[in-house]
Write a protein that binds this ligand. Structure first.
Ligand SMILES: CC(=O)SCCNC(=O)CCNC(=O)[C@H](O)C(C)(C)COP(=O)(O)OP(=O)(O)OC[C@H]1O[C@@H](n2cnc3c(N)ncnc32)[C@H](O)[C@@H]1OP(=O)(O)O
Ligand SMILES: O=C(O)CCC(=O)C(=O)O
Length: 402
């Protein structure tokens, strides 16, 4: 396959580890179908050792014969592997801490002991016929030489990939690039990067890891995941397309509906400013912006909304200028009178400030019609006097939307 990078969507595993999130079996199956429809090539479907219900859910997903790789998350324990076998899944991510902090705190192991566990468990999983990835939890705080030995050991024992997890989200794009590039230079197998968003850098770090040579990256829809979450599928896929021109196989126009579906199943509100899928991310209010983009939409557009199945929206609010107001009025068959423009801007501004909201087209028309009536009755002496606001706004004729 000529794909540049393969995304492993872990919404149904790490995403579900977000506080309070619990998908039903039906939700998981529907989400898995939607992830497939959106072009995700690999899904981390769950954690079989969690018990019979989780195993049943994974079995149901496997039974759907989705045209993607379904992967189960397992600790490096024989009983976790047995649960994965029972679930019928074909791929496992066998996870073991990589940092000395976590090795000691969670397992009481030193580096040599960890390598032995990896060797044994990967061999066991490979012998059972699994596609095996090794998950290095807390790789970002691990000793680099140990990580290199982990990759070498995993590869020798039969793993096809090693996942480097920035479990506590402390990397930045520079340190991510350095870590992945150094390990790539020594690795004979694929590397995957798994970011966390504690410092708001998950998507940026994921791009850096891919630039450094990682061919696989973990993502979740909306960035749902432990604490501040993971790298968001929609952010990584859009950024890869726009910045790197890279093929992730993701159907970008499917992302808004997918995000809404995940938000609903997770009982989470999506922030209006959430990149790509938030309600306001293609909405413009500021006067100078609207005046520019009505002439050429590229003036204030880094990401074309059409690329992700969205539309640009212009709203009227506290920061609107005459061009935007004229534009919205024109849609109701009214030409903004140049003599009333400055006063209209001032009135709109005051109303938006008072109501702390945008102004609908109907409200705008009402304000304007009222102002025109006042003007006809002779109440209006001219620009700048109506409503005693001062404005140096000039009226620009509505431009053409491109
Ligand atoms: C950063 C991440 O997101 S990693 C993914 C984390 N995912 C989860 O925790 C999934 C949900 N977890 C669970 O349902 C439960 O914790 C289970 C089923 C995994 C384990 O439950 P319990 O048996 O009750 O153990 P508990 O939750 O206390 O976890 C501690 C045990 O896990 C072991 N453990 C933790 N990580 C690993 C690992 N990577 N490999 C091997 N053992 C591990 C600890 O050594 C300890 O083992 P012990 O019980 O034999 O002493
Ligand atoms: O070890 C892994 O597979 C990664 C687990 C994880 O979600 C993390 O470390 O953040």
């Amino acid at each position: 396959m000529s794909r540049d990078v393969f995304l492993n969507d872990t919404t149904l595993r790490d995403g579900e580890q977000a506080p309070g999130v619990a998908f039903t079996t039906a939700e998981k199956l529907e989400l898995a179908e939607s992830l497939v429809a959106a072009g995700v090539p690999e899904i981390e479907i769950g954690t079989p050792i969690m018990g019979a219900d989780e195993i049943d859910t994974i079995r149901a997903a496997v039974a759907r014969r989705l045209p993607v790789r379904l992967m189960a998350w397992c600790r490096m324990k024989a009983r976790d592997l047995d649960a994965a076998i029972e679930s019928g899944v074909g791929a496992v991510n066998l996870s073991l801490p990589a940092s000395d902090i976590q090795l000691a705190a969670k397992l009481g192991l030193d580096q040599a002991g960890a390598l032995q566990v990896i060797e044994d468990m990967v061999r066991r999983a490979a012998a059972a016929g699994f596609f095996v990835a090794v998950g290095c939890e807390d790789a970002s705080r691990a000793d680099g030489d140990h990580l290199a030995r982990v990759i070498e050991t995993a590869a020798r024992a039969g793993a096809s990939r090693v996942r480097l997890a920035d479990t506590v989200g402390i990397l930045d794009p520079f340190s991510t690039f350095e870590l992945v590039a150094q390990l790539m230079a020594k690795s004979e197998i694929d590397l995957e990067f798994h970011a966390h968003n504690d410092l708001g850098l998950a998507a940026a770090n994921t791009l850096a890891a891919i630039r450094a040579g990682a061919r696989h990256a973990s993502v979740t829809v909306l960035g749902l995941g432990e604490r501040a979450g993971n790298a968001a599928l929609e952010e990584v896929a859009a950024a890869m397309a726009v910045i790197d021109g890279a093929d992730t196989g993701i159907e970008l126009t499917a992302l808004p509906d997918l995000a809404a579906q995940v938000a609903c199943a997770a009982r989470r509100q999506t922030a209006t400013i959430k990149p790509v899928v938030g309600a306001d991310v293609f909405t413009h209010e500021s006067g100078t912006h609207v005046a520019g983009l009505l002439n050429d939409s590229r003036a204030y557009q880094g990401l074309d909304p059409a690329l992700v199945g969205r539309c640009r929206r212009i709203v009227i609010g506290k920061h609107s200028g005459a061009t935007a107001i004229a534009r919205v009025l024109s849609e109701s068959g009214r030409d903004l009178d140049p003599d009333l423009a400055a006063a209209m801007v001032a009135r709109v501004r005051r109303k938006a400030a008072e109501t702390k909201s945008t102004i609908t087209a109907a409200q705008l028309v009402e304000i304007y019609d009222g102002m025109c009536s006042e003007a006809r009755l002779g109440d209006v002496a001219g620009p700048g006097q109506l409503g005693d606001e001062h404005s140096d706004t000039t009226v620009a004729r509505p431009g053409r939307m491109r």
